[in-house]
Write a protein that binds this ligand. Structure first.
Ligand SMILES: Nc1ncnc2c1ncn2[C@@H]1O[C@H](COP(=O)(O)OP(=O)(O)OP(=O)(O)O)[C@@H](O)[C@H]1O
Ligand SMILES: [Mg+2]
Length: 378
């Protein structure tokens, strides 16, 4: 074998350490390598790896991801993941819903071979996450929590680069990049530097990059965090289209609405534990009945007001003094509205709004954990 090019040596070592292709490209360009030099090195020196789709699935027909009693501790003490077991059905959108620090990214990193579990087993597309990491990687795509696009390159160059790193030849990489730019509505911006892209466009480019090799399974770690409502909506549609095309999606989110909108099945995770699972409807049924929701004019009164209306609910009310909103599960029907409004009127408490509504996933989360899913970690 001829002398190994320093770039290919770096790439091989970085791959062994589990770095993603996007990270590798970023590191190399940051170190001053020109894109052309990297491509040339890759073309000439890297031993071909399995071609797209070559990883034959060995899973059961049903479950494409299977996680069994996974534990992960970063420092030997605190458990980022605590005995997590779950299954993901082929062709589904499965949601992993939980607040900051719940362990979502940790699980995604283990399932995409970027991190080893402390104990437990998991298979993805039939491959063991620890012992068959290389084969596993050819079956999956990952769009991480922070978009990993190279800002100096144009959108098209980013995609062609990732294609080349996956050993597509020049024509294949060009063709696949063009296809994806079209699919993600990035054609007009294709030849602009990614630095000029909006957050939503970067996210889409990052997602496109993770799809270069048409993975069977796509991992999306908080795909819409930080996006405006319009871009979030667009992203939801893109994800739905992918699943219609046969891709299985595992996505993490801290937005209950996102899980509600997208996921066929939801695992709720908090402090490293799966605390509930089911379809959005099944989870909402756990709350039962209706939810009374009050919006106070004086936000600071929320705690005292909550205390004074608890006899009307099935469970203690939850008061949020920042928003001045009180929620309380009740199965007493519509006349609870009259009772509560009369009571508060007697106390001279002013309301901006009052309603009786069906439970939301927010209520489910609150019931299960005693705190909001979107609350920052305490
Ligand atoms: N490299 C690390 N070293 C030490 N602790 C870590 C490391 N990465 C994560 N943790 C801890 O593990 C726990 C789970 O973190 P993780 O990033 O998986 O949460 P998350 O659900 O993805 O949160 P977020 O919604 O904020 O992204 C947290 O307590 C976090 O502080
Ligand atoms: Mg995370």
């Amino acid at each position: 074998m001829d002398q190994q090019h320093p770039v290919t040596k770096y790439i091989e070592d970085a791959q062994k350490q589990g770095m993603s292709h996007e990270q590798i490209v970023r590191e190399l360009t940051a170190a001053g390598w020109q894109v052309e030099q990297i491509l040339e090195a890759v073309m000439k020196h890297v031993v071909p790896v399995p071609v797209p789709g070559a990883a034959t699935p060995k899973t059961s027909a049903e479950n494409i991801i299977s996680v069994s009693s996974i534990n992960k501790s970063y420092d030997g003490k605190t458990k980022a993941l605590d005995n997590v077991s779950l299954q993901v059905k082929r062709g589904s959108i499965t949601g992993l819903l939980g607040p900051n620090g719940a362990g979502k990214t940790t699980l995604v990193r283990i399932l995409t071979t970027l991190l080893s579990p402390t104990s437990g087993q998991a298979t993805v597309a039939g491959f063991d996450v620890v012992h068959q990491a290389q084969q596993l990687r050819s079956a999956i795509g990952l769009a991480g929590q922070y978009a990993a696009v190279d800002a100096i390159l144009t959108g098209r160059e980013n995609l062609e680069m990732v294609g080349r790193l996956y050993h597509l030849n020049k024509e294949q990489a060009k063709a696949r990049a063009a296809e994806l730019l079209k699919q993600f509505g990035l054609e007009d911006a294709a030849d602009r530097q990614a630095a000029t892209y909006s957050g939503g466009m970067r996210r889409r480019l990052d997602l496109a990059a993770s799809l270069i090799m048409k993975p069977q399974i796509l991992f999306l770690d908080e795909p819409t965090t930080g996006l405006d409502p319009r871009s979030r909506f667009d992203m939801w549609n893109v994800i739905r289209e992918l699943v219609e095309g046969g891709t299985t999606v595992l996505l993490t989110t801290q937005y209950l609405e996102e899980a509600d909108q997208l996921a066929d099945y939801i695992f709720v995770i908090d402090h490293g534990k799966i605390i509930a699972q089911g379809t959005a409807d099944q989870l909402k049924k756990q709350v039962g009945g209706d939810v009374l929701e009050l919006h106070l004019t004086d936000h600071h009164a929320a705690a005292t007001v909550a205390e004074s209306i608890k006899q009307f609910g099935d469970e203690p009310p939850q008061a949020n003094i920042t928003s001045g909103i009180i929620t309380m599960p009740t199965s007493k029907g519509a006349h609870v509205l009259v009772d509560v409004v009369r009571e508060l009127d007697n106390q001279n408490i002013h309301l901006n709004d009052v309603m009786l509504r069906r439970p939301s996933l927010d209520d489910v989360f609150m019931k299960l954990t005693g705190h909001n899913a979107e609350d920052a970690n305490k």
